[in-house]
Design a protein around this ligand. Structure first.
Ligand code: ATP
Length: 389
């Protein structure tokens, strides 16, 4: 068992001058892999450290399995934490490092401890390293030993604080897969902190996105990608990031979105069906969003949809399997992700994107429309129009 509950948790530093975590309420299910994702300084480590007991809570309650742990010492919480710096004892062998907590906290005899260490080492494929000292291991091997030390304690909760950030890209990708497999195998509730959205997308059962101490959204990876709650989440999830443009919504002469930039030429006709469901009035100022992978680049300008836009190529970056194309949209650089193309900077480019790929956000950054054109794509139908007529 390992349910976790944060209830209205706030953490202040420096007598309230810094609010690191602001009124956080969050539930993590037993056996779930929850990723806390956000930019540097958003409060994710503090959220994790409060759960571990390494930081006090200013207000609110944290419970594990229904038991309030807010006032308990770290060692009374049955959580195991794995950090970015592996915190191994350099003078001890791998075997002694892994066995350390069993020797300290249990009265198991040496044979029983040895048996558990070997079992854990086999799980992590480090059985051949047991006699070595940490200094003789690679970063990836050290990270496995650190994992072994956490696993052998058989905790109700694993806490990971950016555990892979010291590893090179290839090893990081391997360890991601391995950690996910291990967590599924062990079924232990895990909370994993990262600022890397691709790590969050690939590993988390659910992702909790934080910004500025506040929880922005909690949902499955596809959910936060397809239906971000706001502009911040939309921009943070997805690589390359979503493209944005400030636009104005008008219905006269047919519903459309027009750039608000001076001398801009961007005009995007909307269908009546979509325009009707946005819940915004004529003249409303909105932010348009579209993901690079949803833009068709280098299309023939047939004029059929009226949505093809002309621009010039800024840069093309070949990525092997595909290309990133950077181009100008009324003074803003947009990115398109497309099949391999070979284009010179400055050459003309026609691009287009479907209405279903269109995202819209209001002036407070809240989502008005997300991916698709169905029921779940419109988020303010029942609300008051943004601008009163
Ligand atoms: P990072 O990825 O850079 O560690 P984070 O999202 O984990 O960022 P936290 O480390 O939780 O963010 O920090 C949140 C805020 O609280 C930051 O503004 C940070 O400077 C502040 N903070 C964290 N620990 C302390 C402390 N011990 N004393 C004062 N301020 C702190």
């Amino acid at each position: 068992m390992g349910n976790i509950s944060y209830q209205d948790v706030t953490k202040e530093f420096n007598d309230g001058a810094i609010v690191a975590v602001d009124d956080l309420s969050l539930e993590v299910e037993d056996g779930e892999f929850l990723v806390l994702l956000g930019p540097s300084g958003c409060g994710k480590s503090t959220t994790l450290r409060m759960l571990a007991g390494l930081e006090t809570v200013t207000e609110g309650e944290i419970s594990i399995d229904g038991e309030r742990v807010t006032g308990l010492e770290p060692r009374e919480r049955n959580v195991a934490m794995v950090f970015q710096n592996y915190a191994l004892y350099p003078h001890l062998t791998v075997e002694d490092n892994i066995a350390f907590s069993l020797r300290m906290n249990t009265d198991l005899d040496e044979d029983a401890i040895r048996e558990q260490v070997v079992e854990t080492a086999e799980l992590l494929d480090i059985q051949d390293l047991l006699e070595k000292k940490p200094g003789a291991l690679s970063g990836g091997q050290q990270q496995r030993v650190a994992l072994g030390r956490a696993i052998i304690r058989d905790p109700s909760v694993f806490l990971f604080d950016e555990p892979l950030s010291n590893l090179d890209a290839k090893l990081r990708a391997d360890m991601r897969t391995e950690l996910t497999r291990l967590q599924q195998e062990l079924g232990v509730t895990s909370v994993y902190v990262t600022h890397d959205q691709s790590e969050a997308m690939t590993m988390g059962d659910r992702i909790a996105v934080m910004n500025d101490g506040k929880l922005q959204q909690v949902g499955g990876p596809n959910d936060v990608y397809d239906h971000p709650a706001n502009e911040f989440v939309a921009g943070f999830i997805g690589e390359p990031s979503m493209n944005f443009l400030d636009v104005r919504f008008d219905r006269e002469d047919g519903p459309r979105l027009t750039t608000t930039g001076d001398g801009g030429s961007f005009v995007y006709p909307l269908s009546e069906a979509v325009a009707d469901r946005l819940g915004v009035s004529d003249g409303a100022r909105l932010t348009l969003g579209v993901r690079p992978e949803d833009i068709q680049v280098d299309v023939e300008a047939t004029g059929a949809s009226g949505r093809a836009q002309r621009t010039t190529v800024d840069v093309v970056e070949p990525m092997g399997s595909d290309s990133f194309v950077y181009f100008d949209v009324d003074g803003t650089v947009w990115t398109g992700r497309t099949d391999r193309i070979d284009r010179q900077p400055g050459s003309e480019l026609v691009y287009e994107f479907d209405e279903s790929a269109l995202y819209l956000f209001d002036e407070d950054g809240e989502t008005i429309k997300s991916i698709g054109t169905g029921e779940g794509s419109f988020h303010r139908e029942t609300e008051e129009p943004l601008v009163q007529e």
